[in-house]
Design a protein around this ligand. Structure first.
Ligand SMILES: C[S@@+](CC[C@H](N)C(=O)[O-])C[C@H]1O[C@@H](n2cnc3c(N)ncnc32)[C@H](O)[C@@H]1O
Length: 174
């Protein structure tokens, strides 16, 4: 994960924060010290690695095994929802459910930041991406992580969503 991008992901988030699909905890280093972050992930194996990383960093982040499409949180406990490289893993038919669930667990005006792969605007980088796309497709059948298919374009009409391309990798759901 590129540190400058990861920093932007957690910039300005406060209060209770959901890290949806926290994986092995690569984002732990960027959690704001004053925020109360909860990490969830569908995979016990990823959570086991995240637990080790949590211990190493001396953090007290709750790590819960949960499906982002159907969490056991009540309505609106979180001030912000972060998901990095989650959408590229989710099957297409679960993209909308995940966004709706993130919105459900956020307080009104809560902030959502989604970090996803996309095609580079730089022609050389884009060419390199194209070269390894077949490999990516093979290891993740059914998904195309290198496409800008975070689900946002398809879900934008169904959620009150604002997209921010600059300065950070974020989107905000009001
Ligand atoms: C590519 S990893 C990204 C992990 C982390 N966010 C990062 O940036 O390093 C995607 C993670 O999403 C998790 N995941 C996939 N489907 C999920 C779901 N329905 N609910 C919660 N987590 C899920 C996977 O287990 C995996 O750990």
């Amino acid at each position: 994960m590129i540190p400058s991008v990861a920093k932007k992901l957690f910039e300005d988030v406060r209060g209770r924060v959901l890290d949806a699909g926290c994986g092995t905890g690569r984002t732990f280093a960027y959690y704001p010290p004053k925020a109360e972050v909860t990490g969830i992930d569908l995979s016990p194996a990823m959570l086991a690695r995240a637990e080790k990383r949590r211990a190493k960093r001396g953090l007290s982040v709750p790590l819960l095994e949960m499906d982002i499409c159907r969490t056991s949180f009540g309505d609106n406990p979180f001030d912000a929802g972060i998901a990095s490289f989650l959408s590229c893993i989710l099957p297409n038919d679960r993209q909308l459910a995940a966004l709706i669930e993130i919105k459900r667990v956020l307080k009104p005006g809560g902030r959502v930041r989604l970090l996803e792969y996309t095609w580079s605007k730089d022609p050389i980088r884009r060419r390199i991406q194209k070269l390894w796309e077949p490999w990516v497709r093979r290891v993740r059948p059914g998904n195309a992580p290198l496409r800008a298919r975070s689900g946002l374009p398809r879900c934008g009409g169904n959620l009150p969503l604002r997209r921010h391309h600059q300065p950070g990798p974020g989107a905000k759901i009001n």
